[in-house]
Design a protein around this ligand. Structure first.
Ligand SMILES: [Fe+2]
Length: 423
């Protein structure tokens, strides 16, 4: 009996791009609802400050994005769930019409949460049908917009967490978003002493290459461009709560020489004495003899080994001055992203950089209404790099640029130190 060569199994059919997109769409959309699930309807309606939005608004606005950017202009015959929602849930897109004022989003007790859920179902069904049935030319046009919409939804998933945490921080009860034994959103700890990594500098490139067929990036990460860096040193890990507590104990919040002028003014105006969600010993909301930290798991004893978080740029800069160092530029951070020995570059806290949020040389916003997504905010803000414990896994990359005003303290934002090579 002669041996016959074993026939190779035929390769499995790759998932068609449209089906993959539809599956990805369903996954991302479901995660938003999962994040909101621990919250009551009352929780989801509250707006604790103009910079933060109600969870219910996030759930509706992310649906509006698909409706306004994909379905309305590209899906012929699409019927809006409620035309009034175009006014209620537009965020800042001038090209897409007038909108409800941002500071008044917490006044939207109507539509009720159940109606917002029905809105999501309506948009999801229309999107699934559209993704699988539109013609090829339409698919080629909308595919980048769908990808943008999903990354947009992930950004709002992070805001769902940071905004409800701010709202809860305003409650005398200091509620916990999740039970204390839920590990997914807990900041990791480190016990190793910090080390300085030497970076050579020189001619380098930063930014995302972009381009059709490449991995997704926001327009503000492009174009990839040349730059020159002087040799520098960067810390192999983040600054910890224990280290930051030493800064406080050394009078860090009482020494104007450590602070930028605007930062010192913010300290005085806000009465800042510690990161935003730290509770001093004896705080009447949760009396204890030691520092405590309020987070997604409620009030917990300060963990000296956890990365310090909920800091403004001003505090990060003052701490750096106190520590005899400085913040890295966003390019120093990016070039060190994969340096041997570096740790905690993503998934812990966003890391303030000393870089203003500016366009890269040759930057061009996206065409159409989505051109308003990033470019028009490129003034008066600082770049943060990395990604936080609240960022959906896989959402960020080495070139990702987050940005916030220098006084913002409600994000999971912290410190990685840098130095000139000569220091
Ligand atoms: Fe948005």
């Amino acid at each position: 009996m002669s041996a016959r060569p074993t026939e190779a199994a035929p390769p499995a059919d790759p998932v068609p791009p449209r089906h993959a997109a539809a599956r990805r769409y369903a996954e991302v959309r479901a995660h938003s609802l999962a994040l909101a699930a621990p919250l009551s309807a009352e929780d989801q309606c509250i707006q604790s400050m103009p910079d933060a939005s109600p969870v219910k608004w996030h759930l509706a606005h992310t649906s509006w994005f698909f409706e306004a950017v994909v379905l309305q202009p590209h899906a012929g015959g699409y019927r809006a769930f409620d035309p009034r929602f175009f006014y209620l849930f537009n965020s800042y897109y001038e090209a897409l019409g007038p909108r409800h004022p941002r500071p008044r989003r917490g006044l939207l007790t109507r539509p009720a949460l159940a109606e917002v859920h029905a809105y999501r179902v309506h948009v999801d069904q229309a999107m699934q049908d559209f993704l699988l049935q539109c013609d090829e030319a339409t698919w080629a046009t909308v595919q980048p917009l769908v990808t943008l919409g999903l990354n947009h939804e992930q950004q709002h998933q992070e805001l769902i967490l940071t905004d409800i945490l701010h709202a809860f921080s305003c409650s005398p009860l200091l509620p916990a978003y999740q039970p204390a034994d839920t590990p997914a959103l807990r900041l990791a700890t480190t016990v190793a002493p910090p080390r300085w990594l030497d970076m050579p500098g020189g001619l380098a490139q930063a930014g995302h290459p972009g381009g059709a067929g490449g991995a997704f990036a926001f327009d503000n990460e492009t174009p990839r461009h040349d730059l020159m860096l002087a040799p520098y040193r960067i810390a192999d890990r983040l600054v910890t709560c224990g280290e930051y507590a030493q800064f406080i104990a050394d009078g860090g919040y009482r020494r104007p020489a450590l602070w930028l002028s605007d930062g010192w003014a913010a300290v005085q105006a806000g009465g800042w004495e510690a990161p935003a969600y730290w509770l001093a010993p004896g705080d009447p909301r949760a009396p204890a003899r030691h520092w405590q930290v309020f987070g997604l798991h409620g009030v917990r004893p300060l963990d000296p080994a956890a990365p310090v978080s909920q800091l403004s740029f001003y505090e990060a800069a003052a701490y750096s001055e106190w520590a005899g160092a400085r913040l890295p530029t966003e390019f120093e951070w990016e070039l060190a992203h994969a340096a041997p020995g570096i740790t905690q570059m993503a998934g812990h806290v966003w890391q303030w950089t000393r870089s203003s949020y500016d366009p890269y040389p040759g930057f061009r916003p996206l065409a159409g209404a989505v051109g308003e997504y990033n470019g028009k905010f490129m003034v008066g803000q600082l770049v943060l790099r990395g990604g936080s414990v609240a960022t959906p896994p896989g959402h960020t990359r080495a070139t990702y640029r987050n940005f916030f005003p220098p006084a913002a303290r409600w994000q999971f934002s912290g410190i990685r130190l840098a130095k000139d090579a000569s220091c």
